[in-house]
Write a new protein. Structure first.
Length: 301
C-alpha cells in the first residue's frame, strides 16, 4: 500500500454510559493509503458513520489513535483540528448540508471563507471548482433551486475547493436516483483516479462499494474479513493495488481484501449475493452536525 494518509490504532468509540452505554467501535486498526479508494460497508448501526467521523476528525475516539499523514491527532486543539479538516478533507454527505438561502457560489466557497481567503480569490476558485462540475452557470442560484444531482455536484465542488487529500463520502448517492447516482459516482472516482484524491466512501450500496479499490467490512463495531455467513475460500494473491477492479460492478468475481493480512479473497456469487443482502439498509437521516463546515449556520438537508 502507498504511504498511509490515515491510520488508526485500537480505535474505540463508546457512546453514553451506564445503562445507556453503547460500544459503537471496538478497537479498529486500519490504514488507508494515499490515493486509495476505500468503501466502508456494513449494516445500519454497524458503526460506519462513527468510524468515518473519527477518521475525518469530526469527533474524537474514546480510546485509540487516528493519525493523519503519520501524525497522531489526539492532542491537537479544537482550532487545529478545524484547520486541519478544512485544509485536508472534503466532505460529501447524503444530506448535502447546503445552506439554502445562500448562493451556490457562497456554499462552495464556505471552506475558503472559514480559512480566511479574500473574497476575490474565493470567487475565482469557487467558479473554477464549479466549472469542473459543469455547474458554473448555476453559481448565482440559490442552493435550494437545484435538483438532487445538482446539489450533490455543488457539494462535491465545495469538497474540492481546498484541494483536499481525502474526500469522505457518507452515503453520497443515498438521496439520488440511479442515473444521477452514476454521474455523482463517476465524478468521485474520476477525482480519485485523475487527482489522486483518497476516497473514503461509507455505503450500503454494494455496487458502489465494489467500485472502490478496497472494502472494509464492519460488523457491530469491528472490522471483519467479509460480512457474515460467507464461506468463501481465500485466494493466494497478495498485494492487490487499489483501483485495479473494473469500473463495472456487475461482472466478474467479487474480490475483497482481507483487512489484516491484505490477502485478496475471492467470493462465490452466492457469497457475493449474501454480502449484498447483508449490506442493504434503508437510507437514514443523519444525526451528526454538518462536516468540515461545522461552524456553518443552519445547515439543513
Ligand atoms: N451520538 C450518539 N449517541 C448515542 N449512540 C450513537 C450516537 N451515534 C451513533 N450511535 C449508535 O452507534 C451505533 C453506530 O452508529 P453509526 O456509526 O451511525 O452506524 P452506521 O453508520 O453503520 O449506520 C448505532 O447503534 C447508533 O445508534
Ligand atoms: Mg451511517
Amino acid at each position: 500500500m502507498a504511504a498511509p494518509v490515515l491510520e488508526t490504532e485500537n480505535l474505540v468509540k463508546i457512546y453514553g454510559r451506564g445503562d445507556t452505554r453503547f460500544d459503537a467501535l471496538k478497537g479498529i486498526n486500519l490504514e488507508i493509503g494515499k490515493g486509495e479508494s476505500v468503501a466502508v460497508v456494513g449494516k445500519s448501526g454497524s458503526g460506519k458513520s462513527t468510524l468515518m467521523h473519527l477518521l475525518a476528525l469530526l469527533d474524537g475516539p474514546t480510546h485509540g489513535v487516528v493519525a493523519l499523514e503519520g501524525r497522531p491527532t489526539g492532542d491537537l486543539s479544537a482550532k487545529e483540528l478545524n484547520e486541519l479538516r478544512n485544509s485536508a478533507f472534503g466532505f460529501v454527505f447524503q444530506q448535502f448540508f447546503l445552506t439554502p438561502n445562500q448562493s451556490v457560489l457562497e456554499n462552495v466557497t464556505l471552506p475558503l471563507k472559514i480559512a480566511g481567503v479574500p473574497a476575490a480569490e474565493r470567487k475565482r476558485r469557487g467558479l473554477e471548482a464549479l466549472e469542473q462540475l459543469e455547474m458554473a452557470d448555476k453559481a448565482d442560484n440559490k442552493a435550494t433551486d437545484l435538483s438532487g444531482g445538482q446539489k450533490q455536484r455543488v457539494v462535491i465542488a465545495r469538497a474540492l475547493i481546498n484541494n483536499p487529500s481525502v474526500i469522505f463520502a457518507d452515503e453520497p448517492t443515498g438521496n439520488l436516483d440511479s442515473a444521477t447516482s452514476k454521474v455523482v459516482e463517476d465524478i468521485l472516482f474520476g477525482l480519485n483516479r485523475d487527482k489522486g484524491i483518497t476516497l473514503v466512501v461509507v455505503t450500503h450500496d454494494e455496487d458502489l462499494a465494489q467500485r472502490c479499490g478496497r472494502q472494509i467490512y464492519l460488523v457491530d463495531g469491528e472490522v471483519v474479513p467479509n460480512l457474515p455467513k460467507s464461506t468463501s475460500g481465500v485466494g493466494g494473491e497478495r498485494g492487490g493495488q487499489p483501483g485495479t477492479r473494473p469500473a463495472s460492478s456487475t461482472t466478474g468475481p467479487l474480490q475483497v481484501t482481507e483487512p489484516t493480512t491484505g490477502a485478496i479473497v475471492t467470493l462465490s456469487e452466492a457469497d457475493a449475493a449474501e454480502i449484498a443482502r447483508a449490506a442493504q439498509e434503508p437510507p437514514r437521516a443523519g444525526r451528526h452536525a454538518a462536516p468540515s463546515t461545522t461552524d456553518q449556520p443552519g445547515a439543513t438537508a
